[in-house]
Write a protein that binds this ligand. Sequence first.
Ligand SMILES: Nc1ncnc2c1ncn2[C@@H]1O[C@H](COP(=O)(O)OP(=O)(O)OP(=O)(O)O)[C@@H](O)[C@H]1O
Ligand SMILES: [Mn+2]
Length: 318
Amino acid sequence: SLKLVMSFPNYGQALFKPMKQERHEETNVNLYYFSDFERHNAEIAAFHLDRILGFRRVPPVVGRLVNVIKEIKDITTDHKLVTTFFMSPVGNACFYGQCSYYCSTEHAICGRPLKIEGSMAAMLPDQSLAPRRSWRSPWRRSYSRSKLAQWATDSNYCDSIKKTPPYDRGTRLVDLIDMSILDFLMSNMDRHHYETFEKFGNDTFLIHLDNGRAFGRHSKDEPSILAPLVQCCRVRRSTLLRLRLLSLQSYRMSDVMRASLSQDPLTVVAPLLTEQHLSALDRRLETVIQTIQDCLQQHQHHSDVIYDDIADLRQNLS
Ligand SMILES: Nc1ncnc2c1ncn2[C@@H]1O[C@H](COP(=O)(O)OP(=O)(O)OP(=O)(O)O)[C@@H](O)[C@H]1O
Ligand SMILES: [Mn+2]
């Protein structure tokens, strides 16, 4: 959907996604996840949540109020984009841009009257300098109204994934499970792919881009997003410790998120997540911790479930 690359005088660049849905709106229950709107506040909140979880795999995202005329129309070098600006009947500055779907006056982005809210994501280095690889998630949804993906019907699915490169060694599987925990907490069903930097080969971190379909619903949880954790029963020790910390009264996930998000410039317009979304985080965190507890009960050895990625840390401390 519609997004703009913004270039700054210091050669920095950001990916701008304008606001399309009001913060208090819940996703219509009759919409499939793949036709849900994208939310600028979800891009921002996902960055904060990912950082609070200790992953740091979402590039920095910040909210901005942008003047549609002065900061886009008057200075863009994209001549086709210029032709899509118009004044709406009530005098708001609008544009619809160039894209494959929903680029028409009916689906325009409009200021109030001139400024629009949006998310600005720091651009990763250009692909020509730092090529990335896009990986299809093994737990990808079918993106069809009638078909189910294999993972949704095969309870031994993880056994085969565990034997399939690159999930058969290193940290790739636990990284993917970290990502599913992030996605369950923010209820993002749209994680069809993830990216890595090619240069680092298979021994590298995942990049969590495209979080715009998160935080669509606070009143309901989507257990299937946790399938990688439930089916594989494996998790990083550092992740489990962080989740337990964020479940303590004095360090509650919702409180930490509220404090973190309050630093975003768009907070002056309205809090980036409603209180209902914040309390959904605490509720979902309990589910994740309980799922790991259940895994520990089902397995004989602690190490069957817990991937100790911080064994060295303990030595350093003593
Ligand atoms: N911070 C970033 N820096 C560089 N490239 C990015 C960044 N965020 C996203 N991209 C790239 O831009 C493309 C589109 O981004 P994204 O998926 O977030 O937008 P979208 O509107 O959801 O697009 P789509 O409909 O194609 O999924 C992705 O292929 C991704 O590789
Ligand atoms: Mn997308």
